[in-house]
Structures are given as structure tokens and as C-alpha cells.
Design a protein around this ligand. Sequence first.
Ligand SMILES: Cc1cc2nc3c(=O)[nH]c(=O)nc-3n(C[C@H](O)[C@H](O)[C@H](O)COP(=O)(O)OP(=O)(O)OC[C@H]3O[C@@H](n4cnc5c(N)ncnc54)[C@H](O)[C@@H]3O)c2cc1C
Length: 475
Amino acid sequence: MSALLDQLAALLGPTGVLTGEDMAPYAFDWRHIEDSHPVAVLRPASTDQVAAVVRLCAAAGMPLVPQGGNTGVVGGTVVRRSRPACLLNLGRLDRIRDIDPLDHSVTVEAGCILANVQAAAEAVDRIFPLSLGAEGTCTIGGNLATNAGGILTIRYGNARDLVLGLEVVLPDGRIWNGLRRLRKDNTGYDLKHLFLGAEGTLGIITAATLKLFPRPRQVETALIAVADPGAAVQLLSTIRAASSDALTAFELMPRFAIDGARQLLGRDFDPLSAPSPWYVLLEMTGGRAGSGLREATETALADALEQDLVQDAVFAETEEQRVRLWRIREGLPEIGRAVGGAVHHDVSVPVAQVPALIERGQQRLAAFMPGIRPYPFGHVADGNIHFNVARPADMAGPDYLARSKEITAIVHATVVELGGSISAEHGIGNRKREEMAALKDPVELDLMHRLKALFDPAGIMNPGKVLLSGEESGR
Ligand SMILES: Cc1cc2nc3c(=O)[nH]c(=O)nc-3n(C[C@H](O)[C@H](O)[C@H](O)COP(=O)(O)OP(=O)(O)OC[C@H]3O[C@@H](n4cnc5c(N)ncnc54)[C@H](O)[C@@H]3O)c2cc1C
């Protein structure tokens, strides 16, 4: 072990290998569900250094756990004592290698913070349309390795849809330079998609060429009161048609979002005159100012009002008002923490089934535990609901969390019944492996195991994540 650490220190320099208390900023689980105990934290500064680290560790049989901003919520970067490994933090690979507004593309290193990529795009009058609450901390490498979603997916797709090319260090230390900028390339298997969403189990993404888009000139944001999720889904369809599909975000929130923001986060902000059980936060963008987007939306909303789909609505008239509306939505993950005991679920169903998911889930949870407070919210236009469930007000947090497996079983059974997925955008990590193994089609699962064995026969890439090991699965 110490021989390996000496070789790594010679390669990366003294600040590139951490083994003491200086590992603390990297060796933790974002959700603080479990501890993380890496053998060392390695901080290479170039793709060649990443490749050299992989070769040294492969020769020594030392597994590697890639890490970006460490904002993942399914334990993907956690190192358990039972599986010794080094954390490979990509934070020093943070250069924007090339940006070409004419080509609408940017090539960035994996450790670039997402917000910095967005800012680089804006500096050349373009946008990089991946947007999520953790964007000031998460990295492109982590976004691509988890195939992140976020709030703009309805218009621009998931992280996977925004990638033109990849550079990857393979488990044997070879570098695959797939940084192509082509929009069309049908020369055989499209290998980049294997690494997107693989959560670091097949290789280490070191750089990516990403798509940019024209910067919208008109943005319309509205908070809309709706009676229930069914009305929200109908409104979604109406607005998509009325706005020529100019919708960029359509987020469902329960009243809990506004009450929670007031009671728990101290934000006294209730934009509509009367309380409503459900809200939609909608945003539309157009290529030019004065494109009639606002008028088209107002007409659609007036029709929806007559059909009783909508109770009330308010548009943001200034950027400040827009930011305040979005803070309600962005506060929802904070409310989960403030409430002192919440069980989180990131699930998806076909869009039309969202109302059934919420209704059945809420009914079953209420029958299971009186006083339980589900607050499902999220990207309803993608069928992706964060079905979070807060403890009853009179129940102690630890007592409640001790029942979390039963709560999750209720939510996930409802999702499966409706043809959905138990992980919409956060991945599998080390938390949902057993469930995925139980639910996936056996043929699909078998192909996944074969791919893993083909790419990483020694099993050194993020072991214990996504798939069960041979021993665990009895394979
Ligand atoms: C407040 C908050 C809001 C969030 N909102 C959203 C949301 O709306 N949508 C969404 O999809 N997610 C969301 N997330 C989850 C998280 O931010 C995303 O999963 C993000 O993409 C992770 O990026 P990261 O750099 O922090 O990755 P990490 O947490 O460092 O890593 C995540 C996984 O990717 C692997 N990995 C990291 N870098 C690489 C690499 N270079 N090569 C190979 N594998 C790598 C890791 O091993 C791990 O398995 C949110 C998280 C928080 C805390």
C-alpha cells in the first residue's frame, strides 16, 4: 500500500495525494446517510495524469471511485470500509478547452463546475441548458456520469442529449479520445452513451464536447394555482400547444412548498391572494422579444380558467420577481432538511400517470402512518416527481427514519405498478442496487453485467455501485 502511495505522490506531487484530515472536504456523503473512508484522495491535474493514476492503481489492484463536486444523492462517491478504494477527484481538470459559438459547441474538462460552463456560454451569447439546484458545486463529469436532468429537460433533454463527444480514461489506463463535434456520425456503435449515466463504473470521463444553444431573448415566468395534479397535467398539454412548444420549465409544487418556505425558511412570500393546494411554476422562452409568447400564454390561461383547470396566476414582471418565484421551488430540498425527517424518492412515470402516482401514493402512505406528510413535487413535464415524505409533526425524526424502508416500498410499488422507474435522474449509486436488480428485465441486467466485465474485468472502477457484485447477486 505505502509503495503505491509513494508512486502516486511522485506522479501527482505532495498536494495531489491526501491521506490525513485533509481528506475531510472530499470524504463525505452529501446526504450524510453513511460515512466514507477512502484510502487516499487523489487529485490529478490532467488527462495524462488520470491515465497514469489508473495504470498504477490497476497494477496494484487498488479500486478507484471517481468524484466531481460530490453533490450526488445516492452514495455514488462513498467508499465503504468493506471495499477499500481511493477517491479520484477530478476538480483540478477545470479548463474550458475550446468554445465555438458558430459551431454551438464547447469542449470542457470534467472538473469544470456546471455554473462556470453556463457562464462561459453566456459570454459568447449562447446558453448551455443544463440547470439544477447544485449547479454552483456539481461538475460536468458528475453531470454526465449521472445523466443529470434538472429543470429544462422538457425543452433541451437530459445531460445525455447535450453531449457531442467524450474523452474517457478506460480501466486499463488507455485514453479514448472521442471528442468529436459532429451532429451526425453513424460509424458504428455510439460508445459515448455507455459512459453517460454509468456513474463511473466503466471509465473516467476527463473531458466532453457539449452542445450550446441560442440565448433566448424573451422569458416569461408564471406561478399558477391549480386544483390538483390532474389539472396540472391537462394544463401542460394546453400550454404546449398554445405556445408552439416554447415551454422550458413546468414544475409542480404542493402548498407545502409555500407554507414550508414561510414557517421553516423564514421567507414571508405568498404571491397569490388565496392559498391553493397545488401550484405550477412555468417558464417559457422565445427567440426574440415581442414574439407574442406572453399573449399566447395569457389566452391559454384564460381558457384554462374557464375550464376550471386554473384558479389564479401571476406573471413575474421583473427579473427580481422571477428570482423570487424560483426560490420557492429551489427551497423545496432545503425544506426537506428543515423538517427534521424526510424520506426522499426520485421517480418517474409516463406523464399522463403522474396524477395517479400522487393520488395512490398519498392514500397508501396515509393508511400506513396517520399524520405522515408527503410533499411530491418536481419536473412533471418529464413525469419525474420527487416523491418526498416528511414525518408526522408529532413523531421524532429518528423513529420516523427507522421506518424509511417501508415508506420507500410503498412509493416504489406504486411507481412500478404505473410502469415507472425508481430512479429518474439521480442514478443508482450504492442505495438502489438491490431494487434495480430485483426490478430490471433479466436480459437487460445480464447485458449490463457483461458490459461491466468487458470494460472492467478486474472490477476497479467504482466497485459496489450500480450493479451487485458477483457474490451479492449469486452470479
Ligand atoms: C440541491 C441539489 C439539487 C439537485 N438537483 C438535481 C436535479 O435537479 N437533477 C439531477 O439530475 N440531479 C440533481 N442533484 C443531484 C446531483 O447534483 C447531480 O447528480 C450531479 O450531476 C452530480 O454531479 P457531481 O459533480 O456533484 O458528481 P459526484 O457527486 O461527485 O458524483 C456522482 C457520480 O458520478 C461519478 N462521477 C463523478 N465524476 C465523474 C467522472 N469525471 N467520470 C466518471 N464518473 C464520475 C461518481 O463516481 C458518482 O458515482 C441535486 C443535488 C443537490 C444537492
